[in-house]
Design a protein around this ligand. Structure first.
Ligand SMILES: NC(=O)c1ccc[n+]([C@@H]2O[C@H](COP(=O)([O-])OP(=O)(O)OC[C@H]3O[C@@H](n4cnc5c(N)ncnc54)[C@H](O)[C@@H]3O)[C@@H](O)[C@H]2O)c1
Length: 349
């Protein structure tokens, strides 16, 4: 079947933009039409490397012929303005995580996208992992029985040079927080994807190792709407950094996700496909998934996001993660910060 590729532009040509460029240029559904950065020389150099054009004027960039969608890869607290401008120009949007750092700004982004009838997709590429899809499917089929516990640990490491690599990192004003808002938001999204909506959070955050104003460690006790409970531990102070683990346990089954792999896949009622699932999810990727260094991951998840948005634009495919889905992670994270500040639990629903 022939597919008319969707022209993507990238706004913000820093570290993660290179992953997006690889994802787009290798996609069967998209091509890289142009890039833009507030620092024009950065965009020029990036464009040369990735075989596209840099446009120095933002309005002219949005008018690039063939441009139908933009990837927003600016610092986290600077997502709102480019998203809103792109939506008003009629462009569909793939926005890096977290969607932005306050719920007010995120609500505005969702509202403007709706008003302009463009799609707003949020990046949390871990959702596309084969092992995550297997757990989600087993949950949909009721194979875990009644959920008892959905918990996660993301005990990673970032050195001082990471926090010094750009002035916005590790700041309340633009990073919106530390280990939890930045690195941990991926794992928060997976907890919400697998455990469902959250009713109550009690949390504590601290700064154990780094000279930054925000937390480098966060700990939360979670009560889900479905009746299950769980815990979350996130840090960037744990050298050398360990794989993310997510444990889903119910009255009739249990699964442990360890980075990309399934370290446990056990059900009271074993099915014929289980052995194959264990085999297919036994092999991990060659990279650390970002456990020890910021950009130590590949572009597969981002390509899945690009493909999904392009097919959603052309064929109406459902977005893996809408703006509203992406908002939930920021709501959770803000509740952790509030609970840590006040020493009280936060009731979300
Ligand atoms: N999905 C992931 O795994 C992943 C990984 C890394 C970063 N991220 C997210 O991607 C975003 C960018 O992170 P990064 O590490 O690439 O940052 P970075 O500092 O390396 O790059 C940001 C770029 O945006 C440019 N910029 C700033 N304001 C702009 C504006 N208004 N318009 C256009 N360009 C602007 C800067 O000049 C810079 O080149 C953050 O939100 C971060 O959380 C996601």
């Amino acid at each position: 079947m022939s597919f008319e590729k969707v022209g993507f532009g990238i706004i913000g040509t820093g570290a993660v933009a290179a992953v997006h460029a690889q994802a787009i240029t290798g996609s069967d559904y998209a091509f890289l039409a142009a890039v833009y950065d507030v620092v024009p020389e950065r965009a020029q150099e990036f464009a040369k490397k990735h075989g596209t054009v840099a446009v120095a004027d933002f309005d002219a960039f949005l008018k690039t012929p063939g441009l139908e969608a933009v990837t927003v890869a600016t610092p986290s607290g600077f997502h709102h303005d480019p998203v809103v401008a792109a939506a008003k120009a009629g462009k569909h949007i793939l926005c890096e995580k977290p969607l932005d750092i306050t719920l007010d700004k995120i609500d505005d982004m969702i509202r403007v996208a709706d008003e302009n009838k463009v799609l707003l997709a949020a990046v949390f590429q871990s959702r596309f992992k084969k092992a995550v899809a297997a757990i989600r499917k087993a949950l949909d089929e009721g194979r875990f029985g009644k959920l008892v516990s959905v918990s996660a640990k993301q005990l990673w490491f970032r050195d001082e040079s990471y926090y010094k690599s750009a002035s916005w990192r590790g700041t309340w004003a633009v990073d919106g927080g530390g280990a939890l808002m930045n690195q941990g938001s991926h794992t928060v999204d997976l907890l919400l994807y697998l455990g469902g909506e959250v009713k109550k959070i009690s949390a504590h955050t601290s700064n154990i190792l780094h000279k930054i104003e925000v937390e480098d460690s966060a700990f939360a006790q979670i009560d889900y709407v479905c009746g299950a409970s769980g815990t979350l531990e996130v840090s960037t102070a744990c050298k050398p950094g360990y794989p993310v683990t997510i444990e889903v346990t119910g009255t009739a089954g249990s699964a442990i996700l360890k980075a990309d792999t399934l370290a446990r896949w056990t059900f009271v009622e074993e099915r014929s496909e289980d052995e194959q699932i264990r085999r297919e999810c036994a092999e991990g990727a060659a990279h650390s998934g970002g456990a020890g260094a910021a950009m130590d991951f590949d572009c597969h998840g981002h390509r899945a996001h690009v493909d999904n948005l392009a097919r959603a634009i052309r064929n109406g495919e459902k977005l893996m993660l809408s703006g509203r889905d992406g908002r939930l992670a920021v709501e959770f994270i803000q509740a952790v910060y509030e609970s840590s500040r006040t020493g009280l639990p936060v009731i979300l629903r």
